[in-house]
Design a protein around this ligand. Sequence first.
Ligand code: FAD
Length: 462
Amino acid sequence: MILFIHRKDLRTTDLPAFDAIRAAGSRSLHVLILEPFLLRKQRYLEHSGTNFLAHVSSLQQAYSLQGKQLHILYGEPDTIVRRLSEAYPVQELMIHADYTPYALHRDQSLRNTSAELGITFKLYHDSMLCDPEDFMEWCGRRESFKVFTPFYRRWRSYLAERFRPPFSSALAELETSALVEQIAQDFMVPEEVQRQLDQTAPDGQMIDASRSLEHFLNLNLQGYPKSRDRYALEGTSRISRHLNTGAISARTVYSRLTQEEAGIEEWLRQLAWRDFYLYQARLDTDFFSYEKVYDLGRLGTKYFEAWSLGRTGIPVIDAAMTQLNETGWMPNRLRMITAMFLTKNLGCPFIYGERYFRLKLSDYDNVLNRGGWLWSSSLGFDASPYFRIMNPVTQSQTHDPSGSYIRTWLPELADLPDKTIHLPRPDAIVDLKSSRALAFEIYKEILNSKGASVKPAFGNEL
Ligand SMILES: Cc1cc2nc3c(=O)[nH]c(=O)nc-3n(C[C@H](O)[C@H](O)[C@H](O)COP(=O)(O)OP(=O)(O)OC[C@H]3O[C@@H](n4cnc5c(N)ncnc54)[C@H](O)[C@@H]3O)c2cc1C
């Protein structure tokens, strides 16, 4: 018997572990574990939690439509594996890898438990287009890429030569097992979480990630280079919420994209950014701890709340935060503008904004979110230079000249003329010019503080 635990791989096709299960010719028990830590503080009611649960619910429907079984359990993975191994002759435990500190710790613990129970533990890499180890060997490099453009060039050639096409085994080919009733009872999903699961993707309303992809490729791919930053046009794919839950694999996206005859470069470049951050998460040992590498002690949280509520008096910032709070969505350019504004003009440590986005973004991903926040706050590989601070007013005038985005999200400003709608309101909480000058000075100092003895000023309270 093989025990397979679903993670950020909420789909039934193109899964490395499914190929391995089919090759083993063994029955398999498929579970998805909702971990108390990941659902703490009613996370399941926030946009990020709701998106995840919607995909979980949709996955369970996909299983049952194919006459297969997926068991959703609530509890500590270690405890559940121990319990399952008492009830079933589990020989192998298979999972797809995740690279965050929490996930690494959890999986090390699962590895130890498996060893203790005499179960073979198998971990498959699934999320990236390039396998970092193989990529580095192919490049003939020992040191990791620290700058995106050279990474991208090599990544393009690597994929042209070594792209690993989607895995072929389908769920229909596997023999999934039923779950002992007592175990289902003992690890039952709490009522309020179950309610969310039922509401997010009700029966018959399954999420179809491939349809979203096709929709984008057919209607918006050609216009993407121009529309991607014109955020009012909503010309991007919005595939991120499916990619990050694994409802569609990066391999499937890439292989479908490369069937297009023209106009793929710009979008492919964005997928490369995704791989670049995932690559950093694995190869940059500081990636998850920059707040401890640099001294952020001169920063503070005075304006954080006003920013999070969309009450800064800078129209484009307040519009973007309103959209985020209400819908769980914010276009990429606005993520950059709001993040830079919080960390630079408002002088707030990036980890506060990172944490806020973690709850609010429906497409939240631990690595990509951290990557975006590091970039905006000039920390980490190939980050935005500390002296290049985006001016939210100029950005708004450039990317949405008519102010239609502001008009949509801040209806109280809808009657302002195009010329004035972008400008700071009389009650703006900071002066853009002087806060920018101060940020230059402070961030210069922060970047010089690397390696100095840094007090972990903010980490503990988050
Ligand atoms: C502060 C900040 C926080 C962010 N947090 C997240 C997050 O939690 N989850 C997330 O998926 N993305 C995050 N991003 C990256 C980016 O904003 C989103 O991936 C993008 O907006 C998703 O929209 P889309 O699917 O329509 O993208 P498209 O423009 O259609 O791009 C296709 C795919 O390319 C990748 N991509 C696009 N832009 C970027 C980028 N700048 N960095 C890395 N990958 C990219 C994504 O996987 C995206 O789905 C963040 C960016 C910033 C600046």
